[in-house]
Ligand binder design. Structure first.
Ligand code: HT7
Ligand code: ZN
Length: 872
């Protein structure tokens, strides 16, 4: 229960070379026999062997076949009388555990009468006593024994080397993993599963068997996951020369899972949300997410599994790199430059709406954290998404080819090792001598050690044909880091001339606090386009005029900055209204600009949809010193209504133009068209609310009923719910009736209602009553997320109530969940991260609610860390 510091890292005192595990699987009491070959680490002073354990029942310990003395230090099993010298010895440990009672979903647990494991980060110790740390790598042999009828499929990592029947209707399977691995990559699955399989031959000519396992009845929803896996294998070999190193690669889906998926060697375990998709049940976004998560887990096979982390402080070594790789994969698959830009904008939107607030709040931490109480709390957007941006900047600083060389160097140098973020950056730099990265490596690494989102302030000057852009960087203090040193910041820039043409451009690699870009010989003052493609994860403070932003929106060759210009125009109008009287009338220039984008003959529908979506409430709130979330919500709603009414004819055109897309395919072009049609329908239903028109809500209802795919159906349903039309009730009831057996669709049904715009405080009572719905189950993380998180974390206008009822609800749920699944509870606890920015009376009420949770004596470490930091 103590804080763990990165600076305290010590190599392990023992190595475990081989692990031979035998499981007698039984939901109530599973027996685990663990035979290990252990030896002292000669580099470390002799000391007792301390093995991690958690909620295990210990039955027997043998050393070289003999009983031995042992003691317990907390949860650790301590062995003092071990053979002397460096020679390996046999250690045999026999334990039992209770998978059916494991509601934390860490270690070995049951879900729908099947067995699953989740070992990252520290779940293996809930299966057997072990040196449960990523720098201890062993070769695993695993025998699974279970009732044959109940558990016909028995899977573990590696290759199946033996199987057969046993007495009493039981059977067994023996698996050998040809690769050494850390314990967090161990996995087993047992149950009544069916699989889609596909044999492939890789570029290098090797044959592989790919399998996707699901429950019977779900097989028809696995084609997209399988195609995504095939594409991932091909992409990693083509782009980075990284082949599949296994004869057999399996994916298994479970509906009870704490996160998205897990990259266990050769046996990835997935949340069903990221495997199952059919046109009837999954939206375009679901299809895209499946592609990227399947890719992400597959890419871990190299970035994470072949080269892993020395300790959990290095988590971003594998996660930042792998997010970067999955982002690149999705961009490459998207194809055209415009579709790549859309993906980039979506990724940046996640970073700015989720990671920037984290970096400014009580849980702010560097990409490579310095300390933690509970490592599960550090699977964050900072480690993942900001970590990916840090990798992306390295690519920017050495060039695309240089980065490929660097990655090759990294894998060659460290294959089979457990290493650090420093090792990664060093390999990329060493492969690119003379590059900006190599020349400034120590300074660049501040991205790993300094928390907080840097600000880059831009001021400009035009005189005698010379244009100057002065850039000054700073970084606000974060917990434990009062002052920051300058970062290396690549700023991609361009100048757009008065006639809309590009006049200059380049990359300024900032290393100083203040630097100036100078361009001579200009006939007239240009408009600067800065931080193109979002070349660094910073806030660009640039006091642009509306005219400059409108010029960029119309002419910039950089699609990211075109979108960004629209965002700035929208944010400015929202902030003016929030800081002013609360009311604002949208000006013609803005409306005309939005209209021209919507009607633009050349732009992609997906890009238009992004431009025409107003900035998120959370993003706008971050620009304010003090936030009244209800006011922010009301202002955004008001602007959306004006955009809806003023452009009603254009929305109607956009809807009619994009609503028909032929046979369903989840490709980028038709998905973009569906997204724009959906946005148009929402605006048309919103406009109908003020005009009293019933035609568009009627059309939306018809569309909802007749849609041939989930995207169109859900968009139509959402248009009715978001606009608050009375047809939303029968539509919601009908939707539930149509999909009562489809868990992932019911999650959407819960989420839509919990995330609906608040009208006079109506959402909380709906959420409370949905908690009583027979389909609600707090113990299932997906369901808890769909109802509770959609309300507390994703619906600020409804959650932050002046009567504090939202906070009371939050506190009750955090405490209730903590008794079931602390990891999920801690994620919910983070809904209050930004409480200090709230206006009164919300701020005091929020503090009180957090203090009530913190006062509970037997809180998990997970929740305790979050609420303690929030109150600090
Ligand atoms: N590497 C995986 C992390 C993960 C996880 C961590 C803690 C608890 C449960 C978990 N499930 C998966 C996921 C990934 O980033 O690929
Ligand atoms: Zn990952």
């Amino acid at each position: 229960n103590a804080v763990i510091y990165r600076a305290d890292y010590q190599p392990p005192a023992y190595w475990i070379d081989t692990v031979d595990l035998c499981f007698d699987l039984d939901p109530a009491k599973t027996r685990v026999l663990n035979k290990m070959k252990v030896r002292r680490n000669p580099q470390v002073a002799p000391q007792p062997l301390k093995l991690d354990g958690d909620e295990l029942n210990l039955a027997r310990v043998l050393v070289n076949g003999q009983g031995t003395s042992f003691k317990m230090e907390g949860d650790r099993l301590v062995l003092e009388n071990l053979p002397e010298g460096d020679a390996p010895f046999d250690l045999e440990i026999f334990t039992t555990c209770a998978p059916a009672k494991n509601s934390k979903l860490m270690g070995l647990y049951t879900s729908n009468d099947s067995f699953f494991t989740q070992c990252e980060a520290e779940g293996f110790r809930r299966i057997t006593y072990f040196l449960d740390r990523p720098d201890v790598m062993a070769s695993y042999t695993v025998t699974l024994r279970a009732d044959k009828q109940k558990y016909p499929v028995l899977l573990s990592n590696g290759n199946l080397v033996d199987q057969g029947d046993l007495d009493d209707g039981r059977h067994f399977a023996k698996w050998v993993d040809p690769h050494r691995k850390p314990s967090y990559l161990f996995a087993l699955v047992a149950g009544q599963l069916v699989c889609r399989e596909q044999k492939i031959t890789s570029r290098s000519g090797n044959d592989h068997l790919l399998q996707v396992y699901v429950r019977a009845g779900d097989l028809d929803k696995t084609e997209h996951a399988m195609n995504s896996l095939i594409a991932s294998v091909a992409w990693d070999e083509a782009r980075f020369g990284l082949p599949l190193d296994l004869e057999r690669f399996m994916i298994v889906a479970t509906s009870d899972f704490n996160m998205g998926a897990m990259e266990n060697k050769g046996l990835n375990i997935f949340n069903t949300k990221y495997v199952l998709a059919s046109q009837a049940t999954a939206t375009d976004t679901d299809f895209m997410n499946i592609e990227s998560v399947v890719g992400h887990e597959y890419f871990h096979n190299w970035s994470g599994n072949r080269v892993t982390c020395r300790d959990w402080f290095q988590l971003s070594l594998k996660e930042g790199l792998t997010v970067f790789r999955d982002q690149e994969f999705s961009q490459d698959l998207a194809g055209e430059a415009s579709a790549r830009a859309v993906k980039r904008i979506e990724d940046v939107r996640v970073l700015r709406t989720a990671q920037f607030p984290e970096d400014a709040g009580p849980m702010a931490h560097p990409v490579r954290p310095e300390q933690y109480l509970e490592i599960n709390n550090f699977y964050t957007v900072t480690v993942y998404e900001k970590g990916a941006e840090v990798v992306r900047m390295q690519q920017t600083l050495v060039g695309r080819e240089g980065f490929e060389k660097g990655l090759a160097q990294y894998f060659q140098r460290h294959d089979g090792q457990a290493v650090t973020c420093d090792d990664f950056a060093q390999a990329i730099a060493d492969a690119n001598p003379g590059s900006h990265l190599a020349n400034n490596l120590e300074q660049f690494k501040r991205w790993y050690s300094q928390a907080g989102t840097p600000r880059v302030k831009a001021t400009t000057r035009f005189e005698n044909g010379t244009y100057e852009i002065t850039l000054s960087q700073s970084c606000p203090p974060t917990p434990g880091q009062a002052a920051k040193e300058p970062f290396v910041i690549p700023v991609a820039w361009g100048l757009v001339g008065a006639d809309g043409r590009e006049v200059a451009g380049g990359m300024q690699v900032m290393t100083q606090a203040t630097e100036t870009i100078r361009v001579d010989g200009l006939a007239s003052e240009p408009v600067p386009s800065l931080l193109r493609g979002f070349s660094a994860p910073v806030v660009l403070e640039w006091d642009a005029t509306d005219a400059q932003l409108l010029a960029l929106l119309e002419h910039d060759t950089d699609p990211f900055n075109r979108w960004e210009a629209a965002q700035r125009l929208g944010v400015r109008r929202m902030l003016d209204a929030i800081r002013g009287s609360g009311a604002i009338t949208l000006d013609d220039a803005y409306l005309q600009a939005m209209r021209s984008i919507l009607r633009h003959p050349k732009l992609d529908a997906a890009f238009k949809e992004l431009v025409l979506t107003l900035p998120a409430e959370t993003y706008v709130s971050e620009q304010l010193d003090e936030v009244d979330p209800q006011r922010v919500h009301a202002v955004r709603e008001s602007l959306r209504e004006q955009l809806a009414s003023a452009l009603a004819g254009d929305w109607a055109w956009a809807y009619e133009e994009h609503k028909e897309n032929g046979a369903y395919r989840p490709d980028h072009v038709s998905a973009g068209r569906r997204a724009l049609a959906g946005l148009a329908l929402t605006h048309l239903c919103i406009a109908a609310r003020s005009s009293g028109d019933t035609v568009w809500p009627g059309k939306a209802y018809q569309r909802f009923k007749d849609a041939s795919n989930m995207t169109d159906r859900f968009n139509a349903l959402s248009a009715l719910v978001v606009s608050g039309h009375e047809l939303s009730r029968p539509a919601l009831d009908r939707f539930h009736g149509m999909f009562r057996g489809e868990a992932l669709v019911l999650d959407k049904w819960f989420a839509l209602q919990a995330g609906a715009p608040d009208r006079g405080g109506n959402v909380l009572p709906v959420v409370r009553s949905l908690m009583q719905h027979p389909d609600f189950n707090l113990r299932n993380p997906n369901r808890a997320r769909s109802l509770i998180f959609s309300y507390c974390s994703a619906n600020p206008g409804a959650f932050h109530r002046a009567d504090a009822a939202g906070y009371v609800f939050w506190g009750d749920r955090v405490l209730e969940l903590d008794g079931v699944n602390p990891q999920v509870a801690a994620r919910l606890a983070r809904a209050m991260d930004r409480w200090r920015k709230l206006a009164e009376p919300m701020r005091s009420a929020a503090r009180e609610a957090i203090a009530r949770v913190a006062a509970k004596p037997d809180l998990s470490n997970d929740v305790r860390e979050v609420v303690t930091r929030a109150l600090a």
